[in-house]
Every structure is written in C-alpha cells, then in structure tokens.
Design a protein around this ligand. Structure first.
Ligand SMILES: *[C@@H]1O[C@H](CO)[C@@H](O)[C@H](O)[C@H]1NC(C)=O
Ligand SMILES: *[C@@H]1O[C@H](CO)[C@@H](O)[C@H](O)[C@H]1NC(C)=O
Ligand SMILES: *[C@@H]1O[C@H](CO)[C@@H](O)[C@H](O)[C@H]1NC(C)=O
Ligand SMILES: *[C@@H]1O[C@H](CO)[C@@H](O)[C@H](O)[C@H]1NC(C)=O
Length: 334
C-alpha cells in the first residue's frame, strides 16, 4: 500500500519534470514572425520573399522551391546553380532574392528551419505578365461582301488572362449581332452579321489584364459592294465663256474606275477643255469635271460612269449655257 503511494508520487514528479522540460523546450524553439508572404511581381522584374524568424539560436534557415523540391539557399549560402537567386539576412529576416523573374518562377516557396521536427512556412510568388496579342492567331485585314457576315478574332496571352475589348478607331458606334448599335464590344470574337458598308473602317482590339502596358491591334474591315452613283446637281447652268464644274458622288469598294462621257459619245480626257478629278474618303468618292470656257458645243447630257469588280453604275447631268444678260443686253430669257 505504502509502496503504491510512493510510486504514484514518483510518477507525478517525473511527469512534472518532463512537462517543465517541454515548456522550457518550446520557449527555446525558434518561431516564425508573421505569416508567409504573398508577393506579386511583373515578369522581368526582381522579387524578394522575406521570412522572419525569432530566437533562431544555432538553427539554420533554408529556402526551398516547393514545386520542384529544390533547396535554394541554406543560411547565407546559395545552394542552387541559378545565378538569379540570392539570400540576405539581418535582424532576424531571411530574404530570398530573385532577379529578372520569369513566368516559371511563380509558385510556392518554403522557408524552413532545421529544428526537430523541422518547421516551415509557405510563401507565394505570383508572376504577372502584361498582355501580348498573337498576330498570327488574330484577324488581319478583313474583306467581306456587303450583306455577309464577318468574324473578327483577337487572341492575347498574359497572366492573368487578358480581357479583350473592341472599338472603332474613330470611336463611332457600330452594329453588332445584327442591329444593335454599340460603342464597345468585349470578347475574343467580334462577329458582325449582315455587314453594311458603314461597318468599313479601322477597329482596335485592346487587351488588358491590369498589368501595364495594355496592347492593341488595328484591324481594318473593308466591305465590298458594287458602285452606286448620283449627280450632285442634275442641271447646271453657266455663262458662255466661263467655267462650270459638274460633280457626281459615288460609293464603291474596291476603289472604282471612273470616266465621263458627253452626249453618249467617247470618254472625255484631261486637257485644256476638261479637267477630271476624284477625291476619295474610304468608300465615298466625289468625281468632278471642270468644263472651261463654256461654249455652245459643251452643252448637253454628261454622264459619270463608275465601275469596280462587283459592278458598274452611272448618273446623268445636264449642262446648259446661259447668255450674259448684262454683256449682251438681252432680255431675261434662258
Ligand atoms: C496571393 O494574392 C493573390 C492576389 O494578389 C491572390 O489571388 C492569391 O489567392 C493569394 N494567395 C495566397 C496563397 O494567399
Ligand atoms: C438579322 O436581321 C435581318 C433583318 O434585319 C434578318 O433577316 C436576319 O434573320 C437577322 N439575323 C439574325 C442572325 O438575327
Ligand atoms: C463567332 O464566329 C466564330 C467563327 O465563325 C465562331 O467560332 C464563334 O463561335 C462565333 N461567336 C459567337 C459569339 O457567335
Ligand atoms: C487630270 O489632271 C489632274 C491634274 O490637272 C489630275 O489630278 C487628274 O488625276 C487627271 N485625271 C485623269 C483621269 O487623268
């Protein structure tokens, strides 16, 4: 009975001693200060991960790459052969440096202390990459016949994955998904149904992912259609001896050939009597015919002819002469 009591007290005593030892043990162990870091860095820049350890004593801090299970540094020494890696310590902080970070450097890193059992803390490196547009996979110049559909694509890479926005270079609204007018469109594809000539022009696809710089690609849409043409003023009157300008407005793409005729006869040519010119803005063309020194022979029915690979069109105008009332002193009669 007595022996049992002694044994019991002895056991309690031993337990107490071991608890006491454990307590002093845990006080003496190193500990991490603060949580593991989560660092975001743009590709090509330098990154630093810092591990803070209190009460390190003679233990050593190592940095490891979790994904590849590689030891990078131990204490002040770089173990890996990667020359972009460095380690700095001071004030209980152990900083792993990575120069010229690449996409593949992203992932988890571990700060380890060689206690028994070993202590570790995980740090995260996020490598972000600015957007880049894949020219090959994206649309180039788009040629489409009026009334048909066009599918424009813009493919971009980057981390995080970029968002794609579309707009017209001139900021005008445009029709998408049949007849909805929009100023912007989002998504890799911009599908235009039943395109009209007004859809012609330059579009920009802009890739953004929050990592500067954003990038854009210019994509030209050319809508092809047969010419249409109409006279500026159908009847033009001019004084004998003075000049007159006849004008036609045309719409056509591809850019049309044009010529003028008088009274259904052969083509008029540039010279001292006639000056032919054209000015174009996109698919809109203004044809001008300058008739100098108006004479009786110059009066008549003029036609402007416009032709491209998809068709032809013409418009008629009349040039009349009128007498100079003042000069000839004639009654007002034309
Ligand atoms: C690290 O931060 C990024 C945002 O910067 C977040 O998306 C990610 O979930 C974070 N990772 C951890 C492990 O906290
Ligand atoms: C687009 O609109 C036209 C008429 O405006 C219609 O005939 C056609 O079916 C529509 N297409 C789609 C895909 O909605
Ligand atoms: C746009 O057109 C492409 C190619 O024709 C097609 O693969 C894609 O699904 C279309 N997208 C939408 C939203 O209609
Ligand atoms: C006619 O001459 C003008 C310059 O005087 C020129 O700009 C125009 O292109 C010429 N037109 C043709 C059809 O040769």
């Amino acid at each position: 009975m007595m022996g049992d009591f002694v044994m019991m007290w002895l056991q309690i005593f031993v337990l107490g001693i071991s608890v006491l030892f454990r307590c002093t043990d845990s006080v003496d162990l190193p500990r991490f200060v603060g949580p593991g870091s989560n660092v975001t860095v743009a590709v090509g820049r330098d990154a630093a991960l810092t591990c803070r350890v209190d009460n390190l004593q003679t233990f050593k801090v190592a940095w490891l790459r979790v994904d590849t299970q590689t030891i990078l540094t131990i204490a002040g020494h770089v173990i890996t052969k990667n020359h972009r890696i460095s380690v700095n310590h001071g004030d209980g902080a152990w900083t792993l440096g990575l120069k010229d970070v690449g996409s593949s450097d992203g992932g988890r890193y571990m700060c380890q202390v060689n206690t028994e059992p070993m202590m570790s803390q995980t740090h995260q490196l996020q490598v972000v990459v600015p957007p880049d547009i894949d020219d090959e996979a994206s649309s180039g110049e788009v040629l489409v016949k009026e009334g048909e559909n066009a599918a424009l694509r813009c493919v971009a890479s980057g981390t995080p994955p970029p968002a794609i926005a579309w707009r017209r270079e001139d900021s005008r609204h445009f029709k998408i998904n049949n007849q909805t007018l929009v100023s912007k469109w989002a998504g890799e594809w911009m599908n235009l149904t039943s395109v009209e000539r007004a859809a012609s022009g330059a579009y920009l696809c802009i890739a953004t992912n929050g990592v500067p710089p954003s990038v854009s690609k210019r994509i030209q849409i050319n809508v092809m259609f047969a010419p249409s043409v109409w006279a500026g003023r159908v009847a033009v009157r001019t004084l004998m001896g003075s000049a007159a300008t006849l004008q036609c407005s045309a719409e056509a793409y591809p850019a049309p050939q044009f010529h003028w005729t008088l009274n259904g006869e052969q083509r008029l040519v540039n010279g001292s009597k006639f000056k032919l010119s054209v000015s174009s803005r996109g698919y809109r063309h203004t044809l001008s015919l300058l008739v100098s020194e108006m004479s009786r022979d110059d009066a008549g029915a003029y036609r402007c002819h416009v032709e491209n690979s998809l068709g032809k069109a013409q418009a008629e105008l009349f040039l009349h002469s009128k007498w100079n009332k003042l000069k000839l002193g004639m009654p007002s009669r034309e």
